[in-house]
Design a protein around this ligand. Structure first.
Ligand code: NDP
Length: 346
């Protein structure tokens, strides 16, 4: 066993889209677990859009990563040393180990994973935080009803694909939006969307809206908000009365100085937005899934068997080596991933 480990830290705060210079790889002595702690050898590390927000020193629902601090994130790995009761060497766990090959962790927030039932990577995607996000946001806030029409962008990602597949199973018309013809094909053929539009093929929100209008002849009842930007501008006027908009993410704006007022001003004006919500009696609910992790067992109970029998499909995008994490993350923010982005660390 090597006596060193590697980690990636935030070298500087990005201005706009992150660049490789914003990250730094460090080598450290392998830490030793204290009383009540375990040492984990990370196998797979998750890359998620929310990490972009943590790189900015802006007021948010979570504290930012300090400059020179380890990049945060969820990972799955194997316990290689343990001083914690109930956690044995050789067991697999998921936790917030950050961008690193190894981590010492207390047992709070550690979840055991059985590698014999499902691939351990699923704990980071389809059966983990992103899958839960799609399930919770759609069922609790979207309140889907048979015969309705749903629109979701980032349709082949772990959140969007979960949303689309559950909505389809509940009898909705599902309209995906994704970047490029390959992803649109995947959305329809692999994830079962009724149709998928390529947002890159439309220069303006008005053009995208015209195409969406054709695919949503009865209007839109649920817009599951994953991206905002041009897509939001296109969909909003198509919302039906009593429509629902679970606000999950707004990745189109993450690189524009956070999601501050300046970025939002570029597209929708507040009066237009507010009026649309009022005159259509829309329910617009922002949510952060970390406040609903207590629903994980319900989610696993309902969706676990559907993943096991193949009725809900999974797509993963795995990058090799910790060193390549910054590039994979930068790519994720502009649609370079196809499926749940993660890094194989071991
Ligand atoms: P994905 O794996 O789908 O990756 C993000 C995708 O966003 C890209 O692949 C790209 O897909 C799309 N995208 C990027 N920029 C734009 C743009 N300008 N316009 C349209 N699409 C764009 O991500 P996740 O499934 O993990 O997350 C989806 C959203 O959900 C994110 O906004 C994320 O922040 C949010 N989220 C929120 C949570 C919460 O608690 N509220 C929890 C988890 C995720 P494409 O190439 O198809 O356009």
């Amino acid at each position: 066993m090597s006596d060193t480990m590697k980690q990636i830290v935030l070298a500087s705060r990005p201005k706009g889209a992150p660049t490789p210079e914003n990250f730094r790889l460090e080598e450290l002595p392998l830490p030793t677990p204290g009383e009540g702690e375990v040492l984990v050898r990370v196998h797979y590390m998750s890359l998620d859009p929310y990490m972009r927000g943590r790189m900015d020193d802006a007021k948010s629902y979570a504290a930012c990563i300090p400059v020179d601090g380890k990049m945060e994130g969820g990972s799955v790995g194997e316990i290689i040393a343990s001083n914690a009761e109930g956690f044995a060497v050789g067991e697999f766990v998921m936790g917030g180990f950050g961008w690193a090959t190894h981590a010492v962790s207390g047992t709070q927030g550690l979840a055991k994973i059985d590698p014999d039932t499902t691939p351990i990577t699923y704990a980071l995607g389809a059966l983990g935080m992103p899958g839960l996000t799609g399930w919770y946001g759609l069922t609790e806030l979207g309140k889907p009803k048979k015969g309705e029409t749903l629109v979701v962008a980032a349709a082949t990602g772990p959140v969007g694909s979960m949303v689309g597949q559950i909505a389809k199973a509940k009898g909705l018309r599902t309209v995906g939006i994704a970047g490029g013809p390959e992803k649109c094909k995947l959305a329809v053929e692999h994830f079962g969307f009724d149709v998928c539009l390529d947002h890159r093929a439309y220069d303006t929100a008005a053009d995208l809206r015209a195409a969406l209008e054709k695919e949503c002849p009865d209007g839109v009842d649920i817009y599951f908000e994953n991206v905002a930007g041009k897509v939001l501008d296109a969909v909003l006027p198509l919302m039906n009365a009593h429509g629902r908009i679970p606000i999950c993410g707004m990745i189109a704006w993450y690189n524009e100085g956070g999601v501050g007022a300046d970025a939002i001003e570029k597209t929708l004006t507040a009066p237009k937005l507010w009026r649309t919500i009022l005159v259509n009696f829309l329910s617009v609910n922002g949510f952060i899934i970390a406040n609903h992790f207590d629903r994980m067992p319900d989610f696993h109970k309902e969706i676990g068997p559907l993943i096991s029998d193949g009725s809900i499909r999974v797509q993963e995008d795995i990058t090799e080596e910790l060193e390549n994490a910054p590039k994979a993350f930068i790519d994720l923010l502009s649609g370079g991933n196809t499926g749940k982005a993660m890094v194989k660390v071991i």
